[in-house]
Write a protein that binds this ligand. Structure first.
Ligand code: 5GP
Ligand code: ZN
Length: 114
């Protein structure tokens, strides 16, 4: 059994509210949402951080980003705006070391981020 939290969610060993899934990705609601929409888009295959990507992942990352826009659009946030975030390692606040794209929307988001 994997010890990686998001591998366990992908495997269905830990419950999550899934909002999208296909052969390569799943998307589910963040357990501690920071906005009215806070979805995490996660590859089924384990990749720890952005630093671990190589050219073989290019299509996968493209699918993650396009899925983020599609989910935001379905919720009505395309025109008003939304935010996508990959946190990488400690200084960015990454806490789960399985690649994930945060998709946030539904409120005004400050910049620069904290
Ligand atoms: P990070 O800080 O690594 O960029 O983001 C990890 C995210 O995963 C956090 O926003 C956190 O709330 C979320 N998270 C942590 N554990 C769980 C969980 O068990 N289920 C869900 N749905 N989200 C989780
Ligand atoms: Zn994993």
């Amino acid at each position: 059994m994997s010890t990686c939290l998001f591998c366990r969610i992908v495997a269905g060993e830990i419950p999550a509210t899934r909002v999208y899934e296909d052969e390569r990705l799943i998307a589910f609601n963040d357990i501690n949402p920071q906005a009215p929409m806070h979805v995490l888009i996660v590859p089924r295959a384990h990749v720890a951080t952005l630093n671990d990507l190589d050219a073989s992942h290019d299509a996968l990352v493209g699918e993650m980003v396009r899925r983020a826009a599609a989910i935001a659009g379905e919720r009505g946030y395309a025109a008003g705006g939304f935010r996508t975030v990959f946190n990488c390692n400690a200084d960015a606040g990454q806490t789960v070391f399985h690649l994930h794209l945060h998709v946030l929307g539904g409120r005004k988001l400050a910049w620069p981020p904290g």
